[in-house]
Ligand binder design. Structure first.
Ligand code: GDP
Length: 394
């Protein structure tokens, strides 16, 4: 009897167990499978509502747990652009010579053609002088060059095209060369960074030059801090920031519009000293309201820097395409600050390369750098022989 009771209990328990699992299992499995099916469905066309109803799974769909939709991973932050490795400054002018030749050969070729005439009469010498003046050499230097050439022709009697070319080359070179060194003072000294102030009228290419120069110095292995002291143009600071970021140069700027340029310059120099940089380049504002404004502003920037260290270079940026007007502006700057070097920009865009001669004579300061395009590495140390050869189409 007891055996019967035990058997009934065991059978009952077994039946309940199987029934329970039969009742529970389809639900649970179904749910999971459905979830998976849905996940897969997401990659293909979604089933139509009518199809779902006809398959008789409408109820199950309503009661099944919502399908788990895997969220696509958060898009990764764009990788920081890797630092660029700019080329060193040496030999750049030779590399860019073709660009110079393209824009300058008009003036050089015209001189060669005139000097090669069989008879060099007064009219021809007048024409030679005119070509030089048109090329922005300036009236006085144009007369000087013409008279020197006349003397040479009389003495040497140059005749063959090669001789004529050699004579003109020597004369132009004599006019372009200066006694003053064209080397940039950008080396650390007395345990402090060199400080370079970049000045010039807005639009001449001042900020671009700061950026290109920073690149070129980095290419030469120097560490650079940039100071965005042109606080009157927010875009200038942004522009400088972009230049700096590309080559890993620290950019010091104010977060306020129209901040005091002198305080930005001071901060840049302080950071340059603290970080033991080789050189601090400071982009200044180029507003030219009155000479007094300019004098006040640049004078203050310089004085404030000199509380910490010396200013080693004051580079005046001049747009080569602006001719006599640009020269007039350059003169004002030279009266306000002690310019130590000229950066002649946009020399790729003019056939008036004579401005090199004019500006050096006018200011008594050498052209140290030339801008030969809008590309990041289109700034080159100025080399007189390469320049003259380019003018003569060589
Ligand atoms: P800033 O107002 O003096 O700071 O002038 P920017 O640096 O903003 O430059 C003014 C414009 O001149 C920009 O479009 C530059 O790309 C352009 N520029 C600067 N240097 C050169 C150069 O050497 N050649 C050419 N073709 N354009 C230049």
């Amino acid at each position: 009897m007891l055996e019967y009771i035990i058997l009934i209990v065991v059978v009952g328990v077994l039946l309940l167990g199987v029934g329970g699992s039969m009742l529970l299992r389809p639900r649970g499995m179904h749910g999971v499978r459905r979830g998976r099916a849905r996940e897969l469905d997401l990659t293909g066309p979604m089933p139509k509502a009518s199809e779902q109803n006809s398959s008789g799974t409408g109820t199950a769909t309503a009661t099944a747990p919502p399908p788990t939709i895997e969220r696509p991973a958060e898009p990764a932050a764009p990788p920081r652009p890797s630092l660029e490795k700019p080329p060193p400054s040496a030999g750049r002018m030779v590399r860019l010579r073709a660009r110079l030749a393209r824009s300058q050969s008009g003036f050089g070729t015209a001189l060669l053609v005139l000097l090669s005439r069989d008879r060099l009469d007064d009219d021809t010498w007048d024409e030679i002088e005119e070509v030089l003046i048109t090329a922005d050499v300036g009236v006085t230097p144009a007369r000087q060059i013409t008279s020197d050439l006349q003397t040479r022709v009389k003495v040497e009697g140059a005749k063959t095209p090669d001789e004529v070319r050699a004579m003109l080359r020597a004369e132009l070179l004599a006019q372009v060369e200066t006694e003053a060194s064209r080397a940039l003072r950008t080396q650390r000294h007395e345990g402090r960074p060199a400080v370079v102030l970049v000045v010039g009228v807005n639009g001449t290419g001042k900020t671009t030059t700061c950026g290109k120069l920073a690149r070129s110095l980095v290419g030469d292995g120097e560490t650079v801090v940039l100071g965005a002291a042109d606080t009157f143009r927010a875009a200038a600071a942004d522009q400088l920031q972009t230049w700096g970021e590309r080559v890993g140069a620290k950019v010091v700027r104010s977060d306020k519009d129209q901040a005091d340029p002198a305080s930005v310059a001071f901060d840049a120099v302080a950071i340059g000293i603290e970080q033991e940089a080789d050189v601090v380049l400071i982009d200044t504002a180029g507003r030219l309201h009155t000479k007094n404004d300019l004098m006040d502003e640049l004078g203050k920037v310089k004085r404030v820097i000199e509380k910490r260290t010396s200013v080693d270079e004051v580079l005046l940026v001049l747009d080569a395409t602006t001719g006599q007007n640009g020269l007039r502006q350059a003169r004002v700057f030279a009266e306000v600050v002690d310019v130590t070097g000229i950066v002649l920009t946009k020399l790729d865009g003019t056939a008036k390369g004579g401005i090199v001669i004019a500006v050096q004579r006018e200011l008594g300061v050498p052209v140290k750098l030339v801008g030969l395009g809008e590309g990041p590495d289109d700034l080159a140390p100025f080399d007189p022989a390469t320049f003259v050869d380019a003018i003569l189409g060589g």
